[in-house]
Design a protein around this ligand. Structure first.
Ligand code: CS2
Ligand code: MG
Length: 405
């Protein structure tokens, strides 16, 4: 089975996605996701100009060799663009191997370890009342775990809350313009969050799993304070409390709170986790198939996590395409240390281009029984949705200093 063509498609059915399409000499088509939110064209060029020409004529079965060739063979290793490009190739190759074998990907990864894949949804509101309504709506869809984001009084809509967050596409007012900007101040945020959790526990009782994402905005000591102040409300986890490039910062947080911690959605190799894993400073590893070198790269990360009793929580926002999510679900089904899967739902137009084999019911995913990862990509339909310039917002403190978004 030799790779015959390698095509890179950037499309925007609801938001931007970068897709690699590989065809083989025996007529199979395998697809991989390489979407890096706000830097889509950089990864498309990396794939189109530097990777695709190297793939033609290679043995499509040689997944590990191709992974190492693209990782070690270029000298410049790691980083989000490189690892997303490797991820797309790796995911497409696993898809092809599954199709060649006539087996769903989870079977090639060791078979099923569980009957269903529990997922958490995104609830948000500009007020606590609106947030409660949003949680109710997710419960009606079957979710038993929800991520809650609410505006901080006095700071405007804030992270994760504006209308566009439904689909995660933040377009500047006009083409060529800079990203939108938002305000951030840790003081009112830290005072507000215990009240929010208190209202949620009063409204929903003890059973609902409540998750919250801080998006790298706190210092280590502020993070420790947040953990202590929310502990009595039994959060399922607090995510990205502080920028984890400084892995040692989690030692300080751990000294002060027993709240479970999640991090890693912006990590792309196992090296980003070494201190966090070996000292058991986190409880959930958040990397995505799309950003951490594909099935091969993420499996390596999650196996190391497993020996430290750390569980998976694969990143699943809308800026990961249904291919990235579909591939993740096969890993979720097969690994032993599955924790939970994120599911921020795609808009309908996304499914005009991506035909998915997975299903979601009663708060749980099934990866589906189609051979490979089971997500098909319609190149003709993709042409109807050209790339649109879009960036995540930038955050500033009240005095104008740039802060983490
Ligand atoms: C978020 C993401 O899903 C999450 O936990 O942190 O929505 C994140 O903002 C985006 O993926 C960034 O591209
Ligand atoms: Mg997050």
């Amino acid at each position: 089975m030799k790779i015959q063509t390698a095509e890179v498609v950037v499309c925007s059915p609801g938001r931007n996605f970068v897709t690699l399409v590989l065809t083989t000499d025996d007529g199979l088509v395998g697809v991989g996701d390489a979407t890096v939110n706000g830097r889509e064209l950089a990864v498309a060029s990396y794939l189109r100009d530097h990777v695709a020409p190297l793939l033609i004529g290679r043995d499509a079965h040689a997944i590990e060799d191709t992974w190492q060739y693209l990782y070690r063979g270029v000298y410049w290793r790691r980083g989000p663009i490189t690892m997303a490009a490797i991820a797309a190739v790796d995911t497409a190759l696993w898809d092809l191997k599954g199709q060649a074998a006539g087996l769903p990907l989870y079977q090639l990864l060791g078979g099923r370890s569980r009957t269903g894949i529990r997922a958490y949804g995104h609830a948000q509101g500009q007020s606590v009342g609106a947030l409660v309504d949003s949680v109710h709506a997710l419960q009606e869809q079957g979710f038993t775990a929800v991520r809650v984001q609410v505006s901080t009084p006095g700071l405007g809509p804030g992270y994760g809350v504006p209308e566009q967050a439904q689909i995660g596409l933040y377009e500047p007012a006009r083409s060529g313009a800079a990203p939108a900007e938002e305000l951030w101040d840790a003081g009112p945020y830290l005072r507000n969050m215990p009240k929010v959790f208190d209202s949620l526990r009063s409204a929903f009782g003890p059973e609902l799993s409540i998750l919250h994402d801080v998006h790298h905005r706190l210092t280590p000591i502020q993070a420790a304070r947040l953990g202590k102040s929310l502990e009595e409300y039994d959060p399922f986890w607090l995510e990205d409390l502080t920028p984890a490039e400084n892995q040692q910062a989690f030692r300080l947080i751990r000294q002060h709170t027993t709240v479970p911690l999640a991090t890693g959605e912006i990590f792309n190799t196992v090296f980003d986790y070494l201190t966090l894993f070996s000292e058991q400073l986190i409880d959930y590893a958040r990397s995505a198939v799309t950003h951490a070198g594909g099935i091969t790269g993420l499996k390596r990360i999650l196996e190391l996590a497993s020996i430290h009793q750390i569980k998976s929580a694969i990143h699943g926002p809308t800026d990961i395409s249904p291919i990235g999510l579909g591939a993740a679900l096969h890993l979720d089904a097969a690994i032993h240390n599955f924790g939970i899967q994120e599911f921020m739902q795609h808009v309908d137009s996304t499914y005009d281009v991506f035909d998915v084999g997975y299903t979601f019911e009663h708060g749980q995913f099934q990866p589906g029984e189609r051979p490979g990862h089971g997500v098909r990509f319609d190149i003709e339909a993709a042409k109807r949705f050209p790339y649109r310039q879009a960036y995540l917002p930038v955050s500033r403190l009240l005095d104008g200093t740039v802060h983490d978004w």
